[in-house]
Design a protein around this ligand. Structure first.
Ligand code: SF4
Length: 474
């Protein structure tokens, strides 16, 4: 599905154990799908004995994994290439923007090589050509699960590449091609290795997760001595058997999504669906070239919530799409409320180069887009806050992401929060808890999207609260 602006990364890969081999820097931009590509490139680099440089100065060459989904992302990618050229000089470009080599060459003629998204072998060829590795009789050891750019306790699991849809605002299919699903047993093998390495949460990603297996006609493969179909439900069920949190991202509201809701109600996978609805007004959805029967979608969501009352729905929407009227925008706000969307992200429509929607009539003025964006976020925040307040008094499982160095509070997430894009749970007054722990906590307060589990003795929590207010006034 479309990239969510909240989920972009721009990071130099961390240093890995030193060797005498050439050192390669990697700048990773874009969504979790691009992050998985970066992880595969790092895994292959280490498999071939390259070291990873955490900075430009120490690198023999730098790979920039670009994003090209929106014009703003393209600009950021071109800037990152420019920075790498300036700081290091030997730059190999890959990723979504790599599909437009002429744009990159036009801005930065000095780049060494350009490859498109998920062309791992072509990236490696460029690395071998421009930073050849000396023969080394010692084979560098690689973790069986490959190298991850996420913390040790969660990992993105990419189940397919490309997309068969043709949404009019999106250029991903032209960059990444049609849907190519991985065999079910390959996905499960990777997931099992990750779990064995300590991962407690698997985030299933693709461009369109619910379309998984359509291109390979749901082919069977052998998993744990039995045939397993490359089907959305079968995959979700088998992943649920691994005994860790399984979170589904980028799901289209197709009828067969109904099938996984009982798995959520039974606790096999997390009751969380990330469905990028993009809009709710039928004429806008039609112009977007997306399914346009919102009444059915609403019915479906209500049925899902009857089966699984804890279900959390995250979605992203576009405001200011060409032709969107005030009435269409009101329909969108009404939908947010009627569907009780728990976490809603929003982008202002961008006129992406190469997108079909560029040629649509009645483009919306920027100030109108900005107003609608503000009104949307206000409504979305109200809904999220109401959701948060409903959790006060409940005891939830919480996966710990960090310990606040100043306060000692543990910061984690419940089933309703995906990393980086959703809210958090702050556990106060508990010692002996560490990153990666899965624990239980009773929610005592809610602040916007975030929850608080205050376990400090009553008197102390009162004193701390007063102090917080005083500090706030300074
Ligand atoms: S074409 Fe539509 S479904 Fe496919 S990646 Fe783009 S926005 Fe997502």
């Amino acid at each position: 599905m479309a990239n969510d602006p909240d989920s972009s990364h721009a990071a130099l890969a961390p240093a890995l154990p030193p060797t005498a081999s050439p050192r390669i820097g990697l700048v990773s931009l874009g969504c979790p799908k691009a992050l998985v590509d970066s992880e595969r490139i790092i895994t292959q680099l280490r498999a071939e004995g390259y070291a990873i440089s955490p900075d430009y100065a120490g690198a023999d060459a730098v790979i920039v994994n670009t994003c090209g989904f929106l014009d703003s992302a393209r600009t950021e990618s071109l800037e990152a290439i420019g920075e790498a050229l300036h700081e290091n000089g030997k730059v190999i470009v890959t990723g979504c923007l790599g599909a437009e080599a002429d744009v990159i060459r036009g801005a930065h003629p000095a780049v060494l090589a350009i490859t498109g998204p998920h062309q791992y072998e072509a990236v490696m060829e460029a690395v071998r050509a421009h930073a050849p590795r000396r023969a080394d009789p010692f084979i560098d050891l690689i973790p069986e699960h490959g190298f991850k750019l996420t913390p040790r306790h969660y990992a993105y699991l990419k189940i397919s590449e490309g997309c068969n849809n043709r949404c009019s605002f999106c250029i991903i299919p032209s960059m990444r091609g049609d849907l190519v699903s991985r065999p079910a047993n390959a996905v499960l093998r990777e997931a099992e290795k990750l779990v064995n390495a300590g991962v407690k949460e698997l985030l299933v990603i693709s461009q369109d997760t619910s379309a998984y297996g359509v291109d390979i006609r749901y082919a069977e493969s052998q998993w744990r001595g039995r045939p397993l179909r490359a089907r959305f439900y079968d995959l979700a069920e088998a992943l649920g058997d691994l005994g860790v949190w399984v979170r589904l991202h980028y799901v289209y509201p197709y009828p067969h999504v109904d099938d996984v809701i009982p798995l959520m109600a039974a606790g096999k996978i997390l009751p969380y669906l990330d469905i990028p609805f993009q809009h709710a007004a039928p004429r806008v959805l039609k112009a977007m070239r997306r399914p346009a029967n919102q009444d059915r979608v609403l019915e479906r969501i209500h049925r899902w919530r009857q089966i699984c009352p804890d279900l959390t729905i995250r979605s992203s929407f576009i405001v200011g799409f060409p032709g969107e009227t005030d009435a269409d925008f009101e329909t969108l706000l009404d939908f947010l409320e009627a569907a009780d969307i728990d976490r809603a992200g929003c982008f202002k429509y961008e006129n992406v180069t190469g997108a079909v929607s560029r040629d649509l009539p009645d483009h919306v003025e920027e100030h109108v887009k900005a107003e609608r964006y503000g009104a949307f976020m206000e409504r979305a925040t109200e809904l999220a806050e109401a959701q948060s307040r409903r959790k006060i008094g409940k005891t939830l499982d919480v996966l710990i992401d960090a310990i606040d160095a100043e306060t000692g509070d543990a910061i984690g997430r419940s089933f309703a929060d995906a990393p980086e894009i959703d809210g958090s749970v702050r556990i106060m007054g508990r010692s002996g808890i560490k990153v990666g722990d899965l624990t239980r906590a009773m929610i005592t307060d809610a602040e916007g999207y975030d929850l608080v589990a205050d376990e400090r003795p009553k008197g102390l929590s009162g004193v701390m609260k007063r102090r917080k207010i005083l500090f706030g006034r300074r």
